[in-house]
Design a protein around this ligand. Structure first.
Ligand SMILES: O=C(O)[C@H](O)[C@@H](O)[C@H](O)[C@H](O)COP(=O)(O)O
Length: 266
C-alpha cells in the first residue's frame, strides 16, 4: 500500500499504488469483516452500490477468498438501485450478479434486490419493509442509539460530484431522515429513477467503505476528506460519518492526488 493511516476525523485512509493492489486490499478488508461478523452474529449483512465498485471487488471471486469466505452466511442488499428491470444494462443488481454474485456460492434467497415491477416510490417502500422484517429477526443488526438497521458493511462508490449511493449534492434526498429507504425520480446521473438508503441508515452501519479511483474524482475526494472550511459546499460523501461505526476510504493515487499532504498528521 502506498500510504495508510487514520485521519483525525474522516476515518481510515488506504491509498494504493495500483487498482490491482486496491482490489486485493478491498478483498482482504471485506473477508476480514465477514469473518468477524459471522463469528459474532452468525451472519454477514452487506450492502452494495453500483458503478466501478463491483469490478474492484473482483478478487473476492478468486482464491483464496472463494474458498475461505463463509458465503452461506452472507445476506446481500443494495445501498442504492436504479429503478429498471433486473435484466437491464443499468441495473445494479445485474451488475453485481454478472460480476460477483454468480461467481460465488451465495444462497439465492439471501440476495435482497428491489421489486423492479413497481414505481420508484413503491420499490423504496417495499425495500424498507423487507429490511424491517430482517431487522426483526436480527439478520440485520439494529443500531444501539436509534431504531435504524445496522448493516455489517455498506460499500459505496463516489461520483466526481461527491455523490454516494443515490444521494446527490444539493438534492432534497439529503434531508430524508424519517425513512430508511427513499426514492428520487430526477437523478442527475442517469437513469433518473432510483431508490437509495438514507444518510441515517448509512451512518448507522458498523462499517462503511468508500471506494474511489481515478483523477476525475480527486477534487471530490479533497472536498470529502480534507478540512475545507465552512464556506465550501458540503458534498454528500462528507456527510458519511458513521455515528458509532468505522469509515474507511479505499483510494488509488490519482483519486488521492488532491488530498492535503498533512492528512495523516495528528
Ligand atoms: O448506482 C449508482 O450509480 C451508484 O451506486 C453510484 O453511487 C456510484 O457508486 C457512483 O456514481 C460511482 O460510480 P463509478 O464508480 O462508476 O464512478
Amino acid at each position: 500500500m502506498a500510504l495508510s493511516g487514520v485521519h483525525k476525523d474522516r476515518g481510515e485512509l488506504r491509498i494504493h499504488e495500483s487498482l490491482d493492489e486496491l482490489g486485493t486490499d478491498l478483498a482482504d478488508y471485506i473477508a476480514e469483516l465477514s469473518e468477524a461478523s459471522v463469528k459474532e452474529r452468525g451472519v454477514f449483512a452487506i450492502a452494495l452500490s453500483g458503478g466501478s465498485l463491483i469490478g474492484l471487488m473482483g478478487k473476492l471471486c478468486e482464491a483464496p477468498y472463494s474458498k475461505t469466505v463463509d458465503w452461506a452466511k452472507w445476506y446481500i442488499f443494495w445501498a442504492d438501485e436504479r429503478v429498471v428491470a433486473k435484466n437491464h444494462a443499468d441495473s445494479n443488481y445485474k451488475l453485481a450478479k454478472d460480476g460477483f454474485l454468480s461467481k460465488v456460492p451465495i444462497v439465492p434467497s439471501h440476495v435482497h434486490s428491489i421489486n423492479d415491477s413497481v414505481s420508484a416510490e413503491e420499490a423504496a417502500n417495499e425495500y424498507e419493509f423487507v429490511i424491517r422484517q430482517l431487522v426483526k429477526t436480527r439478520t440485520i443488526s439494529v443500531s444501539d442509539i436509534s431504531d435504524c438497521p445496522k448493516f455489517d458493511l455498506i460499500l459505496l462508490g463516489m461520483g466526481p460530484d461527491g455523490h454516494v449511493a443515490s444521494l446527490f449534492p444539493s438534492h432534497s434526498v439529503l434531508d430524508a431522515n424519517n425513512e430508511w429507504v427513499t426514492f428520487i425520480t430526477d437523478s442527475p446521473k442517469p437513469p433518473p429513477e432510483r431508490i437509495t438508503f438514507t444518510l441515517p441508515v448509512i451512518n448507522s452501519a458498523s462499517n462503511v467503505a468508500v471506494v474511489v479511483a481515478g483523477e476525475g474524482k480527486a477534487e471530490a475526494v479533497h472536498m470529502a476528506i480534507d478540512d475545507i472550511g465552512p464556506d465550501c459546499p458540503l458534498v454528500p460523501a462528507r456527510m458519511v460519518q458513521p455515528t458509532k461505526g468505522k469509515l474507511a476510504w479505499f483510494l488509488d493515487m490519482p483519486a488521492a492526488s488532491k488530498l492535503n499532504s498533512y492528512v495523516f498528521s495528528e
